[in-house]
Write a protein that binds this ligand. Structure first.
Ligand SMILES: [Zn+2]
Length: 122
């Protein structure tokens, strides 16, 4: 099952009443876990905050990953962002996109296999 938020594509949480993923669930417990996860990340990582980073972006959405890469590109060109950070951002954005594409293909293959099984196998 996929998250019911349009364009999300992340797997839905099993118990979520609205069929949403970890990033979009409005379940109070999940919101709390999400908050803990992001504050943990904030404590462990050295404070690296750029105005062009992802604070306002939900990276579960492909369009937001696209926006992040665009901002990174612009900031790198203007010299507001180090090439090292830009390279890492580009690499990770590409990894994220590939993971999503693989997950999507796996889901499509599973759906096809299920249909074939229902037709009596091959
Ligand atoms: Zn979602």
């Amino acid at each position: 099952m996929k998250c019911t938020v349009p364009d999300c594509g992340a797997p839905a949480l099993k118990d979520d009443p609205d069929g949403r993923c970890f990033w979009h669930s409005e379940d109070r417990e999940v919101i709390e876990r999400r908050r803990e996860a992001s504050s943990r990340g904030g404590c462990n990582s050295k404070k690296v905050m750029n105005p062009q980073t992802s604070e306002d972006l939900n990276l579960a959405l492909l369009k937001d990953v696209d926006e992040l890469v665009s901002r990174t590109l612009r900031a790198t060109i203007t010299g507001d962002l180090s090439v090292t950070v830009a390279k890492a951002t580009g690499y990770l954005a590409r990894s994220l996109t590939m993971i999503r594409e693989t997950a999507l293909l796996e889901a499509r293959i599973a759906a096809l296999e299920e249909r074939i099984d229902k037709m009596g196998g091959m």
